[in-house]
Design a protein around this ligand. Structure first.
Ligand code: URA
Ligand code: URA
Length: 231
């Protein structure tokens, strides 16, 4: 519900409540029904709170076809956040991002640059699986994106790695090809932002392996810099 709609509802409640109170004061006590005015829910303080708040989302059709809402996993205080596209079949079944074949490869990629999966935070652009793993639709992306942005706000990563074309194009707000975007850091509101090929693409196309390896090394170098400067 939009903020102003909510305010109007609160106002309507207040009017109804004062009317009913008046009735009671006039002696019509059986009319009085307790009208609870719900406080506007406060901004979530933690990722868990936030997950609880949104996990039953049905703002788009995917909310009706999903098995599980896939919020994200990892260290809520991570300096490095990985952002994929959308849950696939395994992710939908298990409720965790990157637990299928692409996820296994992602874990090996992380290991190759000395990261454990638990040390980073992993999420997706979409929280629910598109049927048959079709591409996310623009309206689904627009509807779901604020959830990811709130996650980023709560986690405050220093570096974001976008995995694959969809994630890169959505987050950098561009139509440029992945090959043009990878290989260097972009600045995204003070967050260092790198994009590389999606592990699912690596499983299919050998030729993406070398550039991805270069991106991963670049990532590790930059990460070590911030670790050092943070003391
Ligand atoms: N592909 C993605 O983009 N995200 C997942 O969570 C799994 C596969
Ligand atoms: N094309 C894609 O869709 N994803 C990649 O990661 C690379 C090319």
């Amino acid at each position: 519900m939009a903020g102003d709609e909510y305010e109007r509802m609160l106002q309507a409640f207040a009017v109804a409540k004062s009317f009913l109170k008046q009735q009671v004061e006039l002696g019509f006590d059986e009319v009085y029904a307790q009208v609870k005015t719900r406080k506007k829910s406060p901004a979530p303080k933690s990722l868990d709170d936030f997950c609880d708040k949104i996990k039953n989302c049905t703002k788009c059709d995917l909310g009706y076809s999903r098995t599980n809402f896939v919020f994200g996993t990892g260290d809520p205080g991570a300096n490095l956040m990985l952002i994929g596209e959308a849950p696939g079949r395994e992710e939908d079944l298990q409720g965790e991002p990157f637990v299928g074949a692409a996820g296994k490869l992602l874990e090996r990629m992380l290991e190759a640059i000395q990261f454990k999966r638990e040390e980073v935070y992993i999420a997706n652009i979409l929280k629910c699986r598109p049927p048959e793993n079709r591409d996310p639709r623009p309206d689904e992306i627009e509807t779901c994106k604020p959830y990811l942005f709130q996650q980023i706000k709560l986690i405050q990563p220093k570096i974001i790695l976008a995995l694959g074309r969809v994630s890169a194009q959505v987050l950098l707000e561009t139509k440029s090809a992945l090959g043009q975007l990878r290989g260097r850091f972009h600045d995204c509101n003070g967050i260092k932002f790198l994009v590389t090929y999606h592990p699912a693409a690596l499983l299919r196309y050998q030729q993406y392996k070398r550039p991805t390896w270069e991106d991963l090394q670049l990532l590790r170098k930059e990460y070590d810099k911030i670790e050092v400067s943070a003391g």
